[in-house]
Design a protein. Sequence first.
Length: 354
Amino acid sequence: MHFNKAVSVSLCSFFFAGILLATPSWESLGGSFQGKPISVLGSDGRLRVFVRGSDNALWFSAQTSPSGSWTPFVSLGGVITSDPAAVTYEQGPIAVFALGSDCAVWTRSQITAAVDNYSDWTSLGGCGTSDLAVAQTFADKAHPFSEVYLFMRGADNTEQGNRQVLMGSWSGWGSGGGYLTSAPAAVLLSSVNFNIFVRGGDNALWRYAAGWVTLGGAMNGPPAVANINGSVIYRGIDNAAWINPYNGTSWSGPVSLGGSIISDPTTPYCDERLPGCGTTLDLEVFAIGGGDNALWVTASPGSGSPFGPWQSLGGDIVGDPYAVRNMDSTIDVFVIGSDGALWHIRQSTPGSWQ
């Protein structure tokens, strides 16, 4: 596999994009993987990345310092059948979740915050048929305790949820009903409750808060939600990227971002405890292009301006990308390359790939 440091785009490119010159270098972190990676910011300011190996075990790598280089991959074992999900507890440790071969949800977590010594695998029960969505609340006036929530599609295609308080026991799985044809996405937009987004049986985008309501559209994959502003993105049946913008109180109808993509799009996760994590940051959308298997990006400035043209960041990629913000607010994007290794690219400065 070859990743270009400088990217040139022919006039027949599948996007009507500008050319990004002298983009940051792609770096291989090695390994042999499948599925979609996940990355979270630890309480020590270092990112960790978790990914399902070709041996179906869970593997991870960690930055050696905030926004720094990466350690070799280490196996956390297990036999997982989904992409992993992860969260950093308000108390400090990181926990990671995945479906096991018995369709139950299993978890491991750091024994000591900021130290990569992980507990044994523990089953949380349930039976999932999708990847997991994880979200959390932080202690405030409305929430006296920090809580972690897990969501998934159950064996009966309904939404299933589980809740944990203060790294303690879990409430047990309960059904939110509905009919899901994708994995869910979830975000807390107020101090009241979560908003859960799924593809329904009609291929439209559906939202659950106090009940199920449709947001329209025609989807060709699961949704993703921007935790900095609540906008929902997905790949449409026309293979363009689509967004349902959120104005602070409600979602508008679907708007096309154009392009021809072969992956589910993603937008960077920003830990809300980071300085500047909010609507002042650019909203960037990443996806894999259908004409070249490269990573492409489009961005809307934090002022809420329209999205700019798509631009190529190069690469030769399989699967879906995952993006996350570093301690310095730059973005790391992780992908699995055509060689099966995990690759990443990092912004030179926040908001710029040049």
